[in-house]
Each structure stands twice: as C-alpha cells, then as structure tokens.
Design a protein around this ligand. Structure first.
Ligand code: PLP
Length: 395
C-alpha cells in the first residue's frame, strides 16, 4: 500500500486506503473485469506462478479491484490481512476449512445466524468437525463447552436477532487459555462501531451483503486477521476452492465503505428512537436493543461498541398471528430477510431465517413466535413509526 494510513481515523481509511492510481490517473477506484492477467515473457509467467515475483495471475486468486476492498477493510478492522469472498457464508466456510481439520471441535454461541448453525450441524459434522452450542452471554458456559480437541470459539455480537452481546475481551482470554482461535462475526456492528481484533479476537468475519454494501445490492463477504491465518491459510482455500468475490461486487462494497461511518451513526440514531418508542407501546411484550437501559448488557454495549447499531427486535403479545398481522399492515417497510439496507426491513424470524431449526432449537435460541426483527433503515424515523403504528394499533 502506498499510503501510510496508520495515523488516519476510521472514516478516512474507509475513503482513502487501498487505491493506487494507474497510469490513467483516475480519481475513482477502477473495476478490472478480467479473468486473467498477462506476462511480458514466458520466464515472467513461470516466475509469477512459482511465487518468486509478485503479480496477478488469475482473478480466482487476486484481482486489483478486489484487492482495494481487502486492503481497505483490513485497515478499518485493524487487521494485517483480508480475504474477500463470494458471500458471508463462503467467508465462514473458508475460515473453517482453512483452519480446522477432521476431529476438531468448535464451541459456538447458540444465537448465531440460522444458516451458520445449519453449516456447523449438518455439513461440518459430515467431515468430522463437531460443534457444541452454548448460551451467548454466559462465559462459564463457554468454558464448560471446551474439550481437549476444541480449536475455535465462534460468536456474533450483537447476535441476530435478539441482540445478545458477549464480552469479546473476556472470551478472547478464555480462547487464549485453551489455545483456541476466537472468531467474531462482526456483521451487526461493522468496524465503524466495534473492532473485535483490538479486543483480542483472532479473526473477524463479514457478510458484506449487509451494512458494508449498505444498500442491498450485492452478495459478498470477507475474513480479516493476521498474515498467516488469513493471508496464507484462508487465502489458500479461496484460490483453490474458488468462492472468490467478483470485481464488480468489490467495487460496490468499496463505495459502501466510503459512507459506512456516517450510515452506522444514522442507523444507530434511528434504531434508538424506534426502540424507545416501541418500549412504550402497549401491544409489545419486550424490546431487544443494546442501546436501551433495559437491555441486560447495556453497559457492556457502551464499553465495547461505539454505538448500538441498527437492529431492533421485539415480541408482540399474541404470537405469530399478531406478528404477521402487524407486518401485513405496513405499507412502506419491506418484508424481506436482508438487513443493513437504507430501506427499513421487517422479518418474522421463526417462519423465515430460523424456520429450518427445529421448534426445540428455536425455543433454546429464544426465537419465539411473536418475535419480529426490524433492521432500521435511513428513512425519516417518524415515517417508520407511523408505518408500524398502523398494525400495532390493531393488536
Ligand atoms: C447474512 C449473514 C451471514 C451470511 O452472509 P451472506 O452474505 O448472506 O452469505 C452471516 N452472518 C450474519 C450475522 C448474517 O447476518
């Protein structure tokens, strides 16, 4: 990287890191839609393939636009190395394949993204990697879950959809004591609100699909960490197995990163206003939001996050029927599973994102039938409230 960005704050890194202008002196980051790269001679090709000289070979391995995104996100998370992937799930898969082997064991929070649970339980077990699921916030439970063959602790904080936190510093001390890697899926906070590596995590996972894009356009992901774990091991899986990020998607995410800091502040503001308003609403049983004083981990949120984030979940009185009635009464909010968009989205986790879990697993994870998740967007907060009020007034 030509710039020395160490003195720059996050907002500046998000706009400036990674782009080395080509001979065309372009101002914006260029997109390189090319599958392969050329060499001046057969000898140069041979040296490049042998790893004796640096250089692009093939876009499954490296691509200049993808590299700008990787360098910029690494700088924002405070990591040495970043590998971009075709999706958030591909980031998790590449991390697990790259760093674990048959016979290894994972201890994971029970409150992780539903598809990640399916990946661990249904698919990894086929290859001899097993997982024990524990309660997110109970550090003692994490320790009891660790076995002699445990190699990885996996967590999302705040969790989806119940916004449960874990103390990353405490969990990283536990991971170090048992010689495990701590992997944090930083999807909900993004580096704008939380930097897990500085708190002791070994790897950060992203679904770039969410807030990094920020406008619901592309699927992508990333893994951030040190040069050995990510730059060699996870990268090795990427170039061999192939879930690489397309240069076009990388360019969209670059534009997303440039406004990330501002957007996360605005999402946090709108979500705080909405959560406070919902808490006073008679049709609502409970509101889950780390920015509320009533959140059991509110003080931890203040300690390890620089803002509460944009996800607000709540249970309505009256179960699934009431939840669906409220959702169906909205006219502006989007009924969709995505989150991290400028458009406010509303989801019923029990019948969508978490429908593949058994009723027992759902109840263990606290996903009740009356639970609704709002990913608060950037529309005027009064319009968001009015759209929800229509349905809530009917309950
Ligand atoms: C969406 C999501 C993922 C998976 O990302 P994709 O880009 O959809 O593959 C992983 N973790 C969390 C917390 C998510 O919200």
């Amino acid at each position: 990287m030509s710039q020395d960005y160490n003195d720059w704050s996050l907002a500046t890194r998000a706009i400036r890191v990674g782009h080395e202008r080509t001979h065309e002196k372009e101002h914006g980051e260029p997109i390189f839609p090319t599958s392969s790269f050329t060499f001046d001679s057969a000898a140069e090709a041979a040296a490049c393939f042998a790893g004796e000289i640096p250089g692009n070979i093939y876009s499954r391995f490296t691509n200049p636009t993808v590299r700008i995104f990787e360098q910029r996100l690494a700088a924002m998370e405070g990591g040495e190395s970043c590998v971009a992937t075709a999706s958030g799930m591909a980031a998790i898969l590449a991390t697990v394949i790259g760093l674990l082997k048959s016979g290894d064991h994972i201890v994971s929070s029970r409150s992780i993204f539903g598809t990640t649970t399916v990946l661990f339980e249904k698919y990894l077990t086929r290859f001899g990697i097993t997982t024990t699921f524990v309660s997110q916030a109970d550090i003692g439970g994490w320790e009891r879950g660790i076995r002699p063959n445990t190699r990885m602790l996996f967590v999302e904080t705040p969790s989806n959809p119940l916004t449960e936190l874990v103390d990353i510093e405490m969990l990283s001390n536990l991971a170090k004591a048992y010689d495990c890697l701590l992997v944090v899926d930083n999807c909900f906070c993004t580096p704008a609100l939380q930097q897990p590596l500085a708190l002791g995590a070994d790897l950060v996972i992203h679904s770039a699909t969410k807030y990094l894009d920020g406008q619901g356009r592309c699927i992508g992901g990333a893994v951030v960490g040190d040069a050995k774990l990510v730059g060699e091991e996870v990268y090795g899986v990427l170039r061999t197995a192939g879930p690489s990020l397309s240069p076009f998607n990388a360019w969209v995410f670059l534009k997303g990163l440039e406004t990330l800091d501002l957007r996360m502040q605005a999402h946090s503001y709108n979500a705080t206003e909405l959560a406070k308003w919902l808490e006073d609403c008679p049709a609502i049983q409970q509101v889950y939001f780390p920015g509320l004083k009533s959140h059991p981990q509110h003080l931890l949120a203040i300690k390890q996050q620089s803002g509460p984030g944009g996800i607000v979940s709540f249970t309505v009185k009256g179960g699934q029927k009431a939840a669906w009635k409220m959702m169906d009464s909205t006219k502006m909010l989007s009924i969709t599973a995505n989150l991290g968009d400028t458009k406010t989205t509303v989801t019923h986790p029990a019948t969508t994102t978490h429908a593949r879990l058994s009723p027992e697993q759902r109840s263990e994870a606290g996903i009740s039938d009356g639970l609704v998740r709002i990913a608060v967007g950037l529309e005027d907060i009064e319009d968001i409230k009015s759209d929800l009020e229509r349905g809530l007034a009917l309950l």
